[in-house]
Design a protein around this ligand. Structure first.
Ligand code: P6P
Length: 343
């Protein structure tokens, strides 16, 4: 007797989803699929260590400082190594620009010598929160070398505007571990199911609300903010029921966590120029551009207060830019207030 299988709600793993969507990607020879697979593998390995950071002696200062002059925690170094190893072994990536390395990391291996992709990565953003058990994240951005570029890579492969990104994503190591990415055909979120060790589609076609009621900024720097930013903060704090103000302020101090909350609930995250950092703190290549690509694909906005982030021409690997990112109408309002002060 034949058994009829009544298909239940089949979960879709990241690998299955990438293959099913491969036709979305112009260079559909499986290259992007392998790159995203490699990143997914490294994210699972990093997740395992993040989950036990409080237990292993991996916690605590590594004793070195990274190119940003920040104390490197052992987990930063570990995460950086895991992503470099995974991307190096996958054969699709020829070089990496990492927050943790001053210079490019060239993948010098037989499998990668004809690779066409470069990856920008912040392997463990918000790592100062590791010791206090606050969510942290990985942010990545993938570019294709221009077709006329062959042979050894150099910085010019990375000096591409954010509009040229082939793919971008982030991993948030939080109450659950999620991988969220776009290849320019919408944004999809996958939650790690530890029981099967797979990222499973949990947030298909993510869209950020056009409006929100949360603003996220380190108001400890208030006195150094540009006047237009101070005006916007006052606007957020004014009573106006029709626009759900006063907004709530939420600032986790971990970009990926603040960004992801706003993706789900709506809101704006701002890291403007401050007295200490005239171009803000966040880096264009491996923080602002990937998140800007994602937010625009989800219906939001990302600017430096005046210009679309993804249209900024990069000039150096670790270049910083001010960041206003989140719900489209909230970012537009902030830009409007900055423009009024710049007349
Ligand atoms: P501040 C973490 O170091 C980070 O790069 C982001 O994750 C976070 O949003 C920001 O810096 C926090 O910076 O100056 O407010 O402590």
């Amino acid at each position: 007797m034949t058994q009829t299988l009544t298909p239940g709600k089949r979960f879709i793993t990241l690998g299955q989803f990438i293959i099913e969507r491969q036709s979305d990607f112009p260079f559909a020879k499986g290259e992007l699929s392998r790159l995203l697979r490699d990143i997914g593998i490294a994210a699972k390995v990093v997740n395992r260590e993040v989950n036990k950071a409080g237990l292993a002696d991996i916690l605590g200062e590594y004793g070195e400082t990274n190119v940003q002059g920040e104390d490197q925690k052992k987990l930063d170094v570990y995460a950086n190594e895991q992503f470099i190893l995974a991307l190096g072994a996958g054969g699709e990536c020829i070089a990496i620009a990492s927050e943790e390395n001053e210079d490019l990391i060239e993948i010098d291996s037989k499998v990668s010598k004809d690779a066409r992709y470069v990856v920008c990565i912040d392997p463990l953003d918000g790592s100062s929160n590791i010791d206090v058990n606050v969510s942290i994240g990985t942010i990545f951005s993938i570019y294709r070398r221009s077709d006329d570029k062959h042979g050894p890579t150099d910085v010019s492969d990375f000096m591409q505007k954010g509009t040229e990104q082939i793919a971008a994503g982030y991993v948030i190591y939080g109450s659950s571990t999620m991988l969220v990415y776009t290849t320019g055909n919408g944004v999809n979120g996958f939650t790690l199911d530890p029981s099967i060790g797979e990222f499973c589609l949990s947030h298909p076609d993510m869209k950020i609300p056009k409006d929100g009621a949360i603003y996220s900024i380190n108001e400890g720097n208030y006195r150094h903010f540009p006047e237009g930013v101070k005006d916007y903060i006052k606007y957020c704090q004014q009573e106006d029921a029709s626009t759900k103000r006063p907004y709530s302020t939420r600032y986790i101090g971990s970009l990926v966590a603040d960004f992801h909350r706003n993706m789900i609930k709506g809101g704006i995250y701002i890291y403007p120029s401050t007295g200490k950092a005239k171009n803000g703190k966040l880096r264009l290549l491996y923080e602002c551009n990937p998140l800007a690509f994602i937010i625009e694909q989800a219906g939001g906005k990302a600017s430096d207060g005046f210009n679309r982030i993804v249209e900024i021409q990069p000039e150096s690997l670790h270049q910083r830019v001010p960041l206003f990112i989140g719900s489209a109408n909230m970012v537009a309002k902030a830009e409007e207030m900055l423009a009024l002060r710049n007349k």
